[in-house]
Design a protein around this ligand. Sequence first.
Ligand code: M6R
Length: 609
Amino acid sequence: MCGIIGYSGKREAAEVLLEGLRNLEYRGYDSAGIALFTQTGLKTYKAQGRLSQLEALLGDRLPDGQCGIGHTRWATHGAPSDVNAHPHASGKVTLVHNGILENYMDLKEILLNKGRIFTSQTDTEVIAQWLDEEYGKTPDPMAAICRTLKVLRGSYALGILFADHPGALYAVRKDSPLIVGLGQGENFIASDVTAILPYTRDYLLMEENEIAVVTPERAGLFTQDGQPFTREASHADWDISAAQKGGYAHFMRKEIDEQPHALEATLSPRLTGESIDFSADGVEDAFLSDFRSIQIVACGTAMHAGLIGKHLIESLARIPVSVNIASEYRYSNPIVGRDDLVIIVSQSGETADTLAALRLAKACGARTLAIVNVVGSSIAREAERVLYTYAGPEIAVASTKAFSVQMAMFYLLALRIASLSGTLSAKAAAVYVEKLKKLPRMVEDTLKAAGSCKEAVSDLVNASDLFYIGRGLDNCLCMEGSLKLKEISYLHSESYAAGELKHGAISLITEKVPVIAVATQPELLEKMVSNMREVKARGGFVLALCRAGSVIPEDAADRVIYLPDSVEEDLFAPLAAIVPLQLIAYEIAVLRGCDVDKPRNLAKSVTVE
Ligand code: M6R
C-alpha cells in the first residue's frame, strides 16, 4: 500500500526520494509526490499515476535541496488524483501519511467550524490542518505533534516537514510501519527497509506511538509525550541486489527462480542431524505440545499455505486444525482460548486483518506463533513466538517464494508436532528429515522444465474463463494457482475441488473452456482421471499436471505437464507442483501485456482493513 521515504543529509534530496519511491513501487500505488526544502522555500510536487508522471512534472532539472519527504499513495479516502496525492500541506505543515484516520470526519467538522477550507477529499489533509492549528498555538514542532496525536484515532505513519525548520524531518508511527535509516551525515525515514537499502542497512525500528526527529547529524526517538529515549539499531541482512531485478524482466519471474535458495535458507537452520529443532528460534518443544486445537489465520496466499499446513498437521499429528481467513476471524466469534495454538501466517507481517486477528487471539489467551518473512514487522513483534521464513525481500505483488517457504515451515512444524504428540516415531521423522534436505534440489529440477509451461500457455491465453481442479493437497494448490492467475493476468479463473465440480460449476464447462487438473497424489489419480473425463465429455480442454510416470489416458487430457522424477514423496509434491502453476500465471500475464509486478488495484502489503 502507500509508501513513505524521507531524507535529510547532503545529497540532492529529490534524487534520493525518487529512488526511494521507485524501490517502494512494489507496494502498489496510484499517485506519487515529494516535498522538499529548496533555496526558495518548501516546495511540493505531486501527480496522479505512475512515478513517470511525477518525473515528467519535475522535468529534467530536479529541484535542489537536501531534505524532503516522498510518498506513493494507494487511494482509500478520495479517488486517485493530483489533488488527493500526498504530500498535503496546511500553513507551515507539509506531511505524508500511510494508514487511515478513523475519526477524520469528526475532526474535519471541528476544523470546518473554525473556518478552515479543505482542498482534497483525504483523511490526511485533516491531520495536516489539525497539526497546523496546533503549531499556530505554540510554534514548537514536538509540542504540536504530541498534542495532535492525542486526538488522532486510527492508523498512521507520518513524515512531517515544518516550513520554518529546514533540514529537519519529523516522523510518527501508530499501526503502520516506519523505520529510521541511519547513515553517515545523513538519515532517512521509510515505510520499509527496501527504500533505504542503496544507502544504509542500519536502522531504528519505530514502535507504536513513537516520534522521531531526523536531521543529517541526528536521529532521535521520543515518546508520545516528547520524552527522548534511545534504542539499539537493527541491521538488515537483505542486500540491495535482493531487491533488484538482476537481469530478469520482472521481479515475479526472478522470485520464482529464487525458490530453491529460499527453501534452503528456511529449512536448513531447523534441520539438525536426524530431527527438526526450533530451539534457535526460541520455540521450545513445550510450546508446540498439549493443545486442544490449532487455528491458522492468514490472508490470500498465506492462507493457502495454511490450507496445506492443515492437511499436513492433521494427517501427521492427528490434531484438529482450522484455517481462517483473517478478515473474517474477528467477526466469527471464534472459539479460542488458552488451550489453543493460533498460527498466524504473513509474508509482510503488516497485513492489517491478520494483525487484528493476532491481537484478538492473544486477548483470548491463546498461544500465538507467527510465520513471518519480514524481520521486526508488527506481527513478528506482537506474536508470542515467531518463526521467520528466509525468502529475502519479495517485491512482486504476486507472492511466490514466500508461499513456498510458508509451506516449508508447515512441513517442519507438522513433523515436529507429530513427533512431540507421539504420532511419528523418531525413525520415521529421520526419514522425513532426509527427504526435507532434498526439497530445494527437487524445486530446482522442476524449474528446469519451465519450457513446458511456456508451451502450454498458448492453449490458455485467449480464454475468458479458466478452471482449476484438484483433490486433497492438490485442491489447496489449485486455489493458489487460480489466485496467481487472476491477480496478475486479469483472466477470470476459479478453483474447484475436483469432485465438487459436478455439483454446479460444470454447467460452465463448454467447448474449449480450459481446465487445469492438478493430480500429483497417486491414491487420488484414478478419481482425478474420472473428473478430467467429465470435463472432456463437455468439450472442455484439459491440461493435466502430474507426477513423472503417472498414466493419463488420452481421452482424459489434451496436454500433460509432468513433474520431474525427483518428486518422490506424495506429501512434498506441492512444493514442486506450485512452480508450473506460478509459471503458467506469469507467462499468461506476460502474453496478455499485463503489468506483472504491479497488478492494477493491488498492494503488496494490505495495511488497511
Ligand atoms: O503479507 P501477507 O502474507 O500477510 O499478505 C497476504 C495477502 O495479502 C497476499 O498473500 C496476497 O494474497 C498476494 N498478493 C497473493 O499473491
